[in-house]
Write a protein that binds this ligand. Structure first.
Ligand SMILES: C[S@@+](CC[C@H](N)C(=O)[O-])C[C@H]1O[C@@H](n2cnc3c(N)ncnc32)[C@H](O)[C@@H]1O
Length: 333
């Protein structure tokens, strides 16, 4: 393997395999290169890993996040998703009818993600024009879009405020911005407690002789390579930020946006959600089965409603996990 730095900014000059891309020490790559290498690698299994689908379950999820940000709002001519990944948010919003008739565009740092995004769109009769690019320096002209959206991506960026400013720049005057699925600072801390406790309990229980077979085999045990092992570990470095709601509002206002008011959601639903995801990621594949997944989802939905309808009345928004930022670009900009 070459010791030379091999990632370039020109997609056409990129090596074609990860074995070529990876220098001996992947940890020496700059953070954006780590993001690109990691997400390219993750793209082929991303939907499976996060139980992403393009059916009622995920359509409802995407529509609800979007409508929490902008309860009204329709008739968008040109729509862009930034940090689109495999198209989870954009495609499910299209299937939900929230962006009917719009021309759809998606951008992401990872070509691998965009390839899956186009394929996922095509499988549902949805055409998506994609462009590889950096959210902090978007490859689109000023005032190009009526709606710019993002889901679960600004926490990966070295300078999230720069991406919000870029999203504002490419919006037409009067255009709408919705960023959803970002972790709050306190919500994330609580989720770490849950994840750690669940993981430790699972490992202690499955250390008992006879129960070790419940554990998921390691990457190499299940046919992965040493390169896969290294890339999987990058997961622990690509999440860069959590946010205080008021800081995200400040970033949006500094970008010249108005009608800015962060909404948060998921408190108990988040704790249970992370406990389930931790177990799902730790057990032998297939062990929980569709029934297990269904029960977990029904529990999550019930707790989500409880959080929204009861706890949100008196628990401060900072404690909830998921942050949604709606904003508008004023006509005079
Ligand atoms: C957690 S995934 C979210 C993907 C998708 N929005 C979703 O909700 O499933 C984060 C995405 O951000 C992308 N990303 C990371 N850094 C980026 C950057 N600087 N510019 C654009 N996209 C970036 C990654 O490639 C990845 O697809």
């Amino acid at each position: 393997m070459s010791a030379e730095p091999v990632l370039t900014d020109d997609a056409h000059e990129q090596p074609s395999t990860l074995a070529e891309v990876l220098p001996p020490d992947v940890w020496s790559l700059a953070i954006k290169e780590q993001q690109r290498v990691y997400h390219d690698w993750e793209s082929q299994t991303y939907d499976e890993k996060f139980s992403i689908s393009y059916d009622e379950r995920c359509i409802d999820y995407a529509r609800d996040r979007f409508r929490k940000g902008i309860p009204e709002g329709a008739g968008f001519g040109h729509v862009l998703e930034v940090g689109a990944g495999t198209g989870f948010f954009l495609i499910n919003l299209a299937l939900a009818g929230c962006i009917d008739g719009a021309e759809l565009h998606a951008t992401d740092l990872s070509d691998g993600m965009l390839e899956v995004c186009r394929r996922n769109g095509a499988e549902h009769g949805i055409t998506i024009a994609t462009r590889q690019g950096d959210a902090e320096s978007l490859p689109y002209a000023d005032a190009s879009f009526d709606l710019v959206i993002g889901h679960a991506f600004i926490h990966h960026l070295p300078v999230p405020g720069a991406a919000i400013a870029e999203m504002a720049r490419v919006l037409k005057p009067g255009g709408t911005l919705v960023i959803a699925g970002e972790p709050t600072e306190l919500g994330d801390k609580a989720s770490w407690v849950v994840k750690n406790a669940t993981w430790k309990t699972f490992r202690a229980v499955t250390a008992v002789p006879g129960l070790t077979g419940l554990r998921k085999p390691s990457i190499t045990e299940s046919g992965g390579t040493a390169t896969d092992e290294v890339l999987a570990r990058l997961e622990h470095v690509v999440d860069l930020h959590t946010f205080r709601p008021k800081d995200v509002e400040k970033m949006a206002r500094l970008a010249g946006l108005t009608e800015v008011e962060v909404v948060t959601e998921e408190l108990t639903a988040n704790w249970v959600g992370w406990a389930v995801r931790t177990i799902e990621g730790a057990v032998r594949p297939g062990l929980l089965g569709p029934r297990g997944a269904y029960s977990a989802f029904v529990t999550y939905l019930a707790l989500h409603r409880f959080d929204d309808e009861v706890l949100a009345r008196f628990v401060p928004r900072e404690l909830f996990y998921n942050l949604i930022l709606p904003a508008r670009k004023p006509y005079d900009r």
